[in-house]
Design a protein around this ligand. Structure first.
Ligand code: DQA
Length: 153
């Protein structure tokens, strides 16, 4: 069974209690459980990984780049948190693994918020972007990934 990576960046471990007016009351554990169940319904095995460390996110993208090349992974749904707006290294990692489809996902509508959230270093390297649908965005991104890159039944 091919794998799909759900990757979450800094502070997303605080989902459920962090700024609920922006991010809602659903916890990361809830998001990961519903993502894994939806991936299984599509016929994929989800791996869920969150880190507050940029290097750990880079290492995970590299690992999935290798799995993708080996035909063992379909792609990745990635909420890079604040690293979205700062990290050329994440941009380079997605470009560098050359092929792994990454769907960038943001819970809040970053374009309706502070100006420093309007620019993303990840978007030019992403295969698709889902913004502003709350935590449902993770499932919308999963559907998009499978529809665009999954095997046709
Ligand atoms: C976020 C938006 C980012 O600007 C912020 O730093 C986050 C969460 C979102 O999901 O809406 O940590 O990526």
């Amino acid at each position: 069974m091919q794998k799909i990576l759900l990757l979450n960046g800094p502070n997303l471990n605080l989902l459920g209690t962090r700024e609920p007016q922006q991010y809602g009351h659903t916890t990361l554990a809830d998001v990961e459980a519903s993502f894994s169940a939806a991936a299984a319904r599509h016929g994929y095995e989800a791996e869920c990984f969150q880190s507050n460390w940029e290097g750990a996110l880079l290492d995970k993208i590299h690992e999935y780049g290798r799995l993708y090349k080996a035909g063992q992974a379909l792609g990745c749904v990635f909420n890079p948190g604040a690293f979205t707006h700062t990290s050329i290294a994440l941009h380079d990692a997605i470009k560098g693994v050359d092929g792994l489809p990454v769907i960038e996902c943001h819970i809040s509508n970053v374009h309706a918020r502070e100006a420093f959230r309007h620019h993303s270093w990840v978007s030019p390297a992403a295969a698709g972007i889902v913004i502003g649908f709350g935590v449902d965005g993770y499932l919308i991104a999963l559907d998009g990934l499978v529809r665009k890159f999954g095997a046709v039944a």
